[in-house]
Design a protein around this ligand. Sequence first.
Ligand SMILES: Nc1nc2c(ncn2[C@@H]2O[C@H](COP(=O)(O)OP(=O)(O)OP(=O)(O)O)[C@@H](O)[C@H]2O)c(=O)[nH]1
Ligand SMILES: [Mg+2]
Length: 360
Amino acid sequence: MNTGKRQKQRKVLLMGKSGAGKSSMRSIVFSNYVAKDVRRLGATIDVEHSNIKFMGNLMLNLWDCGGQDGFVENYLTHQRNHVFGSVAVLIFVFDIESREFQADVVSYSNIIRALEECSPQAKVFCLIHKMDLVQARLRAQLFEERVDYIRSASEGFKHTVDFFPTSIWDQSLYKAWTQIIYFLIPNAATIENLLQQLAEVIDARELILYERTTCLMVTHVTRGLEAQNPFTDRFERISSILKTHKQSMAKHTGIPAGNANFAEMQIKTGRFMFFITRLTENTNLAASIPPSEQVFNAARVNILLARPKFAELDIANKPRPGIQQAFAHSVESEGLPNETDFKGKGKEPSIGAEGSTFGA
Ligand SMILES: Nc1nc2c(ncn2[C@@H]2O[C@H](COP(=O)(O)OP(=O)(O)OP(=O)(O)O)[C@@H](O)[C@H]2O)c(=O)[nH]1
Ligand SMILES: [Mg+2]
């Protein structure tokens, strides 16, 4: 058995009622689907497992759990320990359009109880999904109402559960998943320190680190007046733009979207200069700097010099205190029969075509 490999796995449960949008978001964030493609996804049968390599050594062991009543019943009874044991994160997706919200919350409570029993240290994220279907002026209020109600049904996770409004049709999906991934990255603080040092050396207004495969932000450093930038959703907007760019390159060149990458992108204006460049094997760095060719050239040289330092960070071996507990019983590998390593193989994983763990 390869103990090292096991320690790097983070079991993430993706749950919610059938049709809530779980497989849709998984396919967009991790498998280079575009929003309009998800209509062709079928309902998930039992559980679809994906092993997603993220930031070098972090392996997300994602369990996309089909939400039909029969399956949920099975998770809660016969498969209780198997499904709810060793969980680092539960992501529960609520469909804002659901006509049976009360029933959804009852199902959520049952799941929360099972989680509390088997993985009390787990972290819970609730996504109030398909917000695009609600009129813009009503969104905030409806979201708050749902949050209050769901929180009160969150039992032992009441004070720690986090909520996000999401839609596959805008960058809100990236915002939510960025927070989830940030929670799972064991040494985010070390990465941030290094990024802060680099920002100071090159006099950057802002540095944003993106994971290359998913285009999700890992972390960012913002300095000086840039902290007053009114576009607070700029990080996830860039994620969305990078992802769309990948799609478009794949479409026009015929290479798989997973392999479509770029070397560098630059924007130079009289007020600022901005570029995105490859930092390490797994990351891209976006930099916003003052409008000066000198600063620009020096920044690029310094980033080149900093690359080995970032590459050295082995995120699996430097756990962040506090979170480690959640992973204390990290997945005692259950010999998953359908592992899909999405990274670096240049193929589109066949969502819906993977087998399932549970017998019917
Ligand atoms: N309007 C809107 N539709 C969405 C959104 N996300 C997903 N959908 C639609 O919801 C439908 C169901 O999505 P799935 O991802 O298959 O649902 P699921 O939660 O995986 O369902 P099960 O596998 O049966 O548990 C699809 O037809 C999507 O097009 C969203 O943000 N907005
Ligand atoms: Mg599904």
